[in-house]
Design a protein around this ligand. Sequence first.
Ligand code: G6P
Length: 609
Amino acid sequence: MCGIIGIIGDQEAAPQLLEGLKRLEYRGYDSAGVATLSNGNIDRRRAEGKLFNLQNLLDKQELKGTVGIGHTRWATHGRPTTNNAHPHATDKVAVVHNGIIENYVEIKEELQQLQYRFETETDTEVIAHLITHYLTQGLSPQDAADKALERLEGAYALAIIFSGEHDLMIGARHGTPLAVGYGEGEMFLASDSYALAPLTKKICFLEDGDRVTMTRHKVRIYTADNDNVERPIRITAQSGATTGKGEYPHFMLKEIYEQPAVIGDTLNSFINPSTGEIALPDHIVAAVDKAPRITLVACGTAFYACMVAKYWFEQIVRIPCEIDIASEFRYREAPMPDDGVCIFISQSGETLDTLEALRYCKREGQTVLSIVNTIESTIERESDLILHTLAGPEIGVASTKAFTTQLTTLACLALALAFKRERIQEEERQSYAETLRHLPKLAADILQYDAEIKFIAKDIFQSRDMLYIGRGVMYPIALEGALKLKEISYIHAEGYAAGEMKHGPIALIDENVPVVVVAPSNDPLFDKTLSNVQETVARGGKILLFSDQNGTKKMSDITTWSVTLGDVHPFVAPILYTIPIQLLSYHIAVVKGTDVDQPRNLAKSVTVE
Ligand code: G6P
């Protein structure tokens, strides 16, 4: 699971490759490398750790050449060492790979018997040796690559260069995305259009099974049977601009603070400017409306958006709703209803499990609606219907503004459906629409609690374990709070439905395990949550409560810490209560001194299963 890039041009490739890798770092950042053709020979630089290590290395040991490939890695096979970093190379060929070669052990054994010496623990190294093997048998680079590709099982996007071949790069796509960029006298390959945008706007997305040979002036796309195929070239809407942190110390904090603006942008894209009413595209509302059931699927934080939406769709729209995490859904062979609609939610639009779940639903005849943030992503391109969250680029690995804009989009969709089905009466309709319109202002109000939350974070950052609890629509927010904390502070945290505490987790309670409660007092389940909190306190638990004035007052005797937020409509409470729990994780991580934006072992987009 990695990002790859290739350049065949007339300028020094290494600096351009490095810039491209910066834009692909969301796919992994545990090591990186580049290889070029220097005087016809393959030369490479690789470094363990973040990309700036590779940059430092290249500053000291320049890499010349106008043809090159680059890679940023999230380790699957083999530890994240320099030696295991891509490109993998022999004296004849260098390869970068995104994906997993499932039959690499078998190929490796065969090649070892032929006296090929392996130097890494990776699956990818077999590709370099296999192509080398066929080259030494006298095959041309394309025939050698094709013959090697025939042997590979699993998923791959590849970029390959050959020593002595100054005007050639070969690419292949099988289950993992790869795009071709067309320049004037230069050509490019990359995992996505975001990486290509500063190099060229003319882009074509390869389809599964496609192979490509590129020279500086010509691109040939062909199938495994060597038949030429045409793939549409489009002008990418991606901007070539990079995103900076501005005045913020971390992208995560910047993105938390951007929420009032991006929630506003997302809302405005779904509001009729003349009437101020929620107005989603009619064909999307009509498609979902006729479904007997909605299935919502996603991974990670995006899955918690599905969980919140289930409450909204079922309680307000009265449409049955099934939800699942993509990695389970894609293999459980769920029977799908006629006319069913499946909604896939993804910030990156590249998460492989979500994509495969989408493909399953398409095969099952479902209408596929995706809610994505990244334009031109694979999930967007394979969907029937699209709603965009307008969060802008999210760089911090822990999702923040993508989540709240996903919720905003789902809230608009739920309301549009409820209006269409006349589930909401006229006066209620006004109040719901009004509530949504005020969301950006309410989100901005919540940010004012930042200093207070930072203060509490200093009190609890040494905890080894934490629990987050909530009920109903606040339960997914408890799960999101626990996930956020785990991701960036490495504190063990669990989210629980408050009513479930007594079925196990309450055994964990003592004075060393802070329990975070998310519970607005106008939530219909507030009193029940209060009882669960009492049960926790009776066992020595220390409570950090996020509620409104009425709520914190009611629990004032039993809370150790509390944050009194403003009163909010229960419908938008899950969106707004997410913000303080993001801030809590952020400040805990900062006090602990972890890498907030690029936490260990994670990647922003998970492109392996
Ligand atoms: C990774 C990220 C999470 C994200 C999840 C789903 O685990 O670290 O922040 O929620 O993938 O990603 P997606 O791009 O599909 O929303």
